[in-house]
Design a protein around this ligand. Structure first.
Ligand SMILES: Nc1ncnc2c1ncn2[C@@H]1O[C@H](COP(=O)(O)OP(=O)(O)OP(=O)(O)O)[C@@H](O)[C@H]1O
Ligand SMILES: [Mg+2]
Length: 132
């Protein structure tokens, strides 16, 4: 997971949105941590449980690491998600809760627990060349 995250991180740039979707413990935070580390964040990304968004300053730009899990429906609708687009790289755990608000250019990473030490990962790339 960490190796894949590092390679994926090299293809990402400021303004990209990555939806991290998968059951509890499937590796969303692990993946966000490896992406932040690959962008040069040394202190180690942690789960944004108590903050709405963790902010990591890196040499490649700012990363906003969010977790939509604990927010109520009311809090979710009040959360200014769209204000983050374009500010940096957005990594969003439990992004399925805000799926209809994600930009069409978002990457989607789907994670599944395949065994005690094994995770299955599917990357859906944005449909950049969609016809009107
Ligand atoms: N191949 C793997 N990839 C990622 N994590 C793994 C793997 N194997 C085991 N784990 C373990 O799974 C646990 C859960 O990881 P993590 O916190 O990243 O999940 P999460 O999807 O963010 O969970 P939550 O839904 O609670 O936010 C960690 O203890 C991690 O070490
Ligand atoms: Mg997590």
């Amino acid at each position: 997971m960490e190796g894949w995250g590092r390679r994926f991180a090299r293809t990402l740039k400021k303004g990209d949105v990555v939806a991290l979707i998968g059951e509890l413990g499937s590796g969303k935070t692990t993946l966000a941590r490896s992406i932040a580390a690959a962008w040069g964040y040394k202190r180690g990304a942690i789960s944004p449980t108590f903050a709405l968004a963790n902010e990591y300053q890196t040499k490649r730009g700012t990363i906003y690491h969010m977790d939509m899990y604990r927010l109520s429906d009311r809090e979710l609708s009040a959360f200014p998600l769209e204000d983050y687009w374009g500010l940096g790289l957005c990594l969003i755990e439990w992004a399925d809760r805000v799926r209809d608000r994600l930009p069409p250019s978002s990457f989607e990473v789907r994670l599944k627990i395949a065994g005690p030490q094994c995770r299955a990962l599917t990357l859906l790339r944005p449909k950049r060349h969609r016809s009107a």
